[in-house]
Structure formats: structure tokens, C-alpha cells
Design a protein around this ligand. Structure first.
Ligand code: NAI
Ligand code: 13P
Length: 339
């Protein structure tokens, strides 16, 4: 098949290489013409995975129309802030009925929209899916055994995505609960920042375990308000992605937290990483959403105070320890309020 990947950043580059390794024809859209030229001449993306040979089947281009002209499947892998504009630009050129898959783990500020909703608004009538899970691009580039989730209500799209990307080192599981899979990928970035910060402050393993587990509790609470099924968070897109990004220094969000814990400012931390770390934007949006919906999210609240209120992290942690008593596992989570 022909797979078009929109976005030649860290993740898009790796997914293009996977599809090419699976013997598919691949076109890779780059944000700049210069980036496309470099990839075509060097056979790799020197900015992101210089060691990864992309394979002869890949053609990088800065021309969106050309990129998707032959597509059987389109994978969108751009930062969340760029998704709406990129979708509007590509919409007129999409082949009829082609499947669209987002790998973007962020939320659009305008309307608190998930990426699948942004895509559906710009490209109405096309089947839309989401790929999410514990998927550090650098590890896939090294062919470490990796599992992910393809979520869509459309069974044909799920099958197509599995045919495009599954192989000996990447295994795709299927899900229909797209909203939770997508929320899992977006929300965990917040807790990866908190976890990196905690690690820099040399908290113990007990503290890290409590942080990650309570993160799952408050993610589940928000998801159920937004119409998701918190049980989905027990899978790869929830627990799986939380585990990897809350523990691995390869996670950019974890590294933002780590650098903040080392005394860097947010601007310094983001500049040092030089790639997109969606969690800061997501923190602001989720903090406002939780307040609007009256959903209890103490870690979000605490991290927001640290990052935007300049409150010392240790002081906030002590406050969290003294919060009102709640039960450990909440079996009956509040549902989304009525329309
Ligand atoms: N890198 C990873 O390990 C993974 C990343 N993701 C998600 O994939 C999405 C993309 O992440 P990465 O590829 O890692 O980011 P990145 O920072 O490595 O690359 C972003 C790419 O987007 C391009 N870009 C920047 N502004 C743009 C604009 N206005 N319009 C179009 N393109 C623009 C840049 O040129 C760059 O090629 C994020 O939402 C991230 O959370 C998901 C799973 C794994
Ligand atoms: O989502 C990811 C791994 O699953 C990548 O995380 P970062 O964006 O924090 O690097």
C-alpha cells in the first residue's frame, strides 16, 4: 500500500521507516522544503534519528498535495498546535475515503478538542483513528520490541493500520474506545513532567509509585466525565504510556520536569529539549477544564501551582499529602454531566 506520513519530526520519521521496512511505498511530508531535501539526499533525518536509514521506499516532500495523492493511509504526526492548520491545508487533496490516523498526543485549546475531533472537523466524512501507547520514537528506531494501540470505531481502518505498521518489532492492538486511548496519550504527558520533577528532587520509589498510581486515578476521573471508559486506561494507552513516560529520560516531558527540578526555568527547559513536549500546554488546558467541570485532579492542580504559580514543589507535595481523605480505587466514577 502507499502510506503518507504528515510530519517528519521524531515520531513521523520513525513511523515512515517502519512502513518502509514493511515494504510499503511511503511519502513523508516535511514542514520545510530544506528538511525534505536533506532527508532525500542523506537517506535519514539528521535532526532526529541520524542513525536510522529510512529506506529506498521513502520520498520526502514539502508538497502536501503530492504527499497524499496516492495515499491508501495517511498518518498525521505533527504537534497539536499545528494539527488544525495542517488538516485544513491537506483536506482538498485527500483521496476519497482514505483513512486518517493521528499519533499526536495533545489537545487543541480552542474547544478543548482531541486531535481526532480536530481532524474530523477539517476533513469531514473520512474514517479517523488514533495510534497511542508506550512508544518512545528513539526505541522504535532501534527496533526495541514495542506495542501500541490503534483505536477507531472503523474496523477496516484498524486493519489497514495494522497492515501498514505491524511487524517483528511493532505490535498493534485494537480498540474501539478512541476517546480514552487518545486521552491516555495526552494526559500522561502532564504526569511525566511531574515524575521527572520528582526524580530530580530525589524522592523515593514509594513516592514515584504513589504519583504514577494516583495519576491514573485522576486521569480516569476526567476521562469518565468526558465520555471515555476508564477501564481502557488499564491497557497500553493508559498504564503503559504512563509507565514509560513517567520513568524514562528519553521522554521529553519527563526531561522538562527533570530540568525544572534542576532549577531551570520553563523557557530554558523547553529550549534545551528543542522538540515538542506537549505536556505543558496540556497541563494548562486540563487545569482549566477540571475547574470548569469540578473534577478533582490534585496532581494537575499541584503541578500547575509549581509551574505557573512558582510555588516550591516540596511545599506542594506536602499539601497533597494532607488533602481531604478519599478512597484508593473508585469503582464508581462520576459520569459525564448531562448535555
Ligand atoms: N517522539 C515520540 O517518541 C512520540 C511522539 N508522539 C507525539 O507525536 C507528535 C509529534 O511529536 P514529535 O514527532 O516527537 O515532535 P518533534 O518535535 O520531533 O517534531 C515536530 C515536527 O513538526 C514540525 N512542525 C513544527 N511546527 C509545525 C507547524 N506549524 N506545522 C507543521 N509542522 C510543524 C517540525 O518541523 C517537526 O518536524 C506529538 O504530539 C508527540 O506527543 C507520540 C508518540 C511518540
Ligand atoms: O509519547 C511518548 C512515548 O509514548 C513520547 O513521550 P514524550 O513526548 O514525552 O517524549
Amino acid at each position: 500500500m502507499h502510506v503518507s506520513v504528515i510530519g517528519a519530526g521524531s515520531f513521523g520519521t520513525v513511523l515512515a521507516s517502519v512502513a518502509a521496512a514493511n515494504q510499503h511505498r511511503v511519502s513523508l511530508w516535511c514542514h520545510t522544503a530544506e528538511q525534505a531535501r536533506t532527508i532525500n539526499t542523506q537517506g535519514c533525518n539528521p535532526r532526529y534519528h541520524p542513525e536510522l536509514t529510512l529506506g529506498a521506499g521513502i520520498l520526502a516532500t514539502h508538497d502536501l498535495a503530492a504527499c497524499v495523492a496516492e495515499a491508501d493511509l495517511v498518518i498525521l504526526s505533527v504537534p497539536s498546535k499545528a494539527m488544525a492548520a495542517v488538516c485544513r491545508q491537506v483536506a482538498p487533496y485527500l483521496p476519497a475515503g482514505v483513512g486518517l490516523i493521528s499519533t499526536t498526543k495533545g489537545i487543541q485549546a480552542d474547544g478543548f478538542l482531541l486531535m481526532s475531533e480536530v481532524i474530523e472537523a477539517a476533513c469531514p466524512g473520512y474514517p479517523v483513528g488514533v495510534l497511542s501507547g508506550p512508544n518512545l520514537a528513539a526505541e522504535i528506531a532501534q527496533r526495541h520490541l514495542t506495542a501500541s494501540v490503534i483505536a477507531s470505531p472503523d474496523g477496516s481502518l484498524r486493519d489497514l493500520a495494522r497492515a501498514a505498521l505491524s511487524n517483528k518489532y511493532l505490535r498493534l492492538y485494537s480498540a474501539t474506545d478512541r476517546i480514552s486511548v487518545e486521552l491516555g496519550g495526552s494526559l500522561k504527558n502532564i504526569y511525566a513532567i511531574a515524575s521527572g520533577l520528582a526524580a530530580a528532587l530525589q524522592v523515593g520509589s514509594n513516592t514515584q509509585a504513589a504519583l504514577i498510581t494516583r495519576a491514573l486515578a485522576e486521569m480516569s476521573r476526567l476521562a469518565s466525565y468526558l465520555g471515555g471508559n476508564p477501564m481502557t486506561f488499564l491497557g497500553l494507552a493508559g498504564v503503559g504510556d504512563l509507565m514509560v513516560t513517567c520513568t524514562s529520560p528519553l521522554s521529553r516531558n519527563y526531561r522538562v520536569g527533570w530540568l525544572l527540578g534542576q532549577g531551570k526555568t520553563l523557557v530554558e527547559a523547553e529550549a534545551e529539549i528543542g522538540q515538542v513536549a506537549e505536556g505543558i500546554n496540556t497541563l494548562e488546558l486540563v487545569h482549566a477544564k477540571a475547574q470548569a467541570l469540578d473534577v478533582v485532579m490534585p496532581i494537575v492542580e499541584g503541578l500547575h501551582e509549581v509551574i505557573f504559580g512558582q510555588r516550591p514543589a516540596r511545599q506542594v507535595a506536602v499539601k497533597l499529602m494532607q488533602a481531604a481523605h478519599t478512597s484508593d480505587v473508585e469503582f464508581v466514577l462520576p459520569r459525564k454531566p448531562g448535555p
